[in-house]
Design a protein around this ligand. Structure first.
Ligand SMILES: Cc1cc2nc3c(=O)[nH]c(=O)nc-3n(C[C@H](O)[C@H](O)[C@H](O)COP(=O)(O)O)c2cc1C
Length: 378
């Protein structure tokens, strides 16, 4: 029995309505492939964010990051930009060169080096600038759907999501994802799901996707029911746990039956993940080195020992990875409590903004293009 209606993102039907959150350094093609294998091809899988300036300048690393697996359909790319003209050019390039099928715009990055320049989650405070960026994106996108992802605002005194939602509707954005935190919260505290419900009421014209603190399929179902949102976006819960996508599909389709893989199965997924990364990068060793950042997430809660964790953190070939994993007690069952929060969880930072930023939401002078450089995260 299907529990929830499908989500429409322009011409694309997402059934059940579940989306992999863009995560810089994580949701590259190999990770999306893994999650999609577990979901049986259901759901939508968004790329890590790509800065528009780097794309327009055809930065070599960026051009590698935007490569999709041949089986990905639709190809969802997330863009981050602060300059309307550059965003427009990047979108036009994607359309002209058939680089993706769906464009998501990131206005949620809380990293100080970005907000200090007026970018990321600081940007929606400047309403005209947000409008100009959305306008350029939608105009240049032609038939491609454009969605946006944002936070609630800068801090509790500078909430922007309702205004931003209205602007998005007026500019022809197809759907909005809301992470129920302010920039000041970073990843601390709990996500405010009431804000998701309020946005849903505020912009009934387009789908609203809820994001923040979905750690299990039951959380996803609860968010759908409690907020009335049209779909869920899941990030950190998938770190070292791509099979969560199987659970999310089962939960939202109402079929139940969740996964609790033992260490043997987890180790197989780890090797597969590292293998996919190597194939994607075109270098096995670099793939295994990139995989190191995932090791602690995969092994969370299992009895592994600090010595072995250290050795796994410096592995540089698939044979070495397999050999080390085979030394573990692979008969361990899924650890109790390993379904809880993982990844970044700290917060309550002061948001660093350009001088005078909050004086006037309509004065858009002074957003620096440097806000795009070396950016990562949301
Ligand atoms: C490591 C990491 C990288 C992230 N990178 C991005 C990004 O590139 N673009 C974006 O919109 N959000 C990014 N985010 C934010 C997530 O997409 C998501 O909004 C946030 O983690 C809250 O959802 P969750 O509670 O399901 O993790 C990132 C989060 C993490 C933990």
């Amino acid at each position: 029995m299907t529990a929830f209606s499908p989500l429409s993102i322009g011409p694309y039907v997402v059934q059940p309505p579940v989306v992999l959150a863009p995560m810089a350094g994580i949701t590259n093609a190999p990770f999306r492939t893994l999650c999609r294998e577990f979901s049986g091809g259901k759901g939508l899988f968004v790329s890590e964010m790509i800065t528009t300036r780097a794309l327009v300048e055809r930065n070599e690393k960026t051009m590698q990051l935007i490569r999709f697996d041949a089986t990905e359909q639709p190809r969802s790319i997330q863009l981050y930009g602060v300059d309307p003209v550059t965003v427009g050019k990047a979108v036009r390039m994607i359309v002209d060169e058939d680089l993706a099928d769906h464009i998501d715009l990131n206005f949620g990055c809380p990293v100080p080096k970005v907000t200090r320049k007026g970018g990321g989650s600081a940007l929606p405070y400047k309403r005209p600038l947000l409008r100009a960026i959305l306008n350029e994106a939608v105009t240049n996108a032609g038939d491609l759907p454009v969605t946006m992802k944002m936070r609630k605002g800068i801090d509790d005194d500078h909430i922007t999501y309702l205004d931003a939602g209205r602007i998005a509707v007026e500019e022809g954005v197809t759907a909005i994802a809301l992470h129920g935190r302010t920039a000041a919260q970073h990843y601390g505290g709990t996500a405010d799901w009431d804000a998701i419900a309020r946005l849903k009421e505020h912009v009934p014209e387009i789908p609203v996707l809820g994001n923040g603190d979905i750690w299990s399929a039951d959380d996803a179902v609860r968010m759908m029911r409690e907020t009335g949102c049209d779909g869920v976006v899941v990030g950190r819960g998938c770190l070292g746990r791509p099979w969560l996508f199987a659970d999310l599909v089962a939960g939202l389709e109402g079929t139940g039956g969740y996964r609790t893989p033992g260490l043997r199965e987890v180790a197989d997924v780890m090797v597969r993940h590292a293998t996919l990364l190597g194939e994607w990068i075109g270098d096995e060793s670099r793939g295994v080195i990139d995989f190191r950042k995932h090791v602690a997430w995969y092994l969370k809660g299992f009895s592994v020992g600090s010595e072995m964790r250290k050795r796994l953190a410096v592995t540089s070939s698939l044979d070495e990875l397999r050999a080390q994993l085979s030394e573990l007690d692979l008969d361990q069952p899924w650890p109790v409590g390993a379904d809880g929060p993982r990844g970044r969880t700290s917060g309550n930072n002061r948001v660093v903004l350009p001088d005078g930023w909050l004086k006037d939401p309509y004065d858009c002078a002074g957003v620096s293009e440097d806000a795009e450089l070396d950016t990562s995260g949301g």
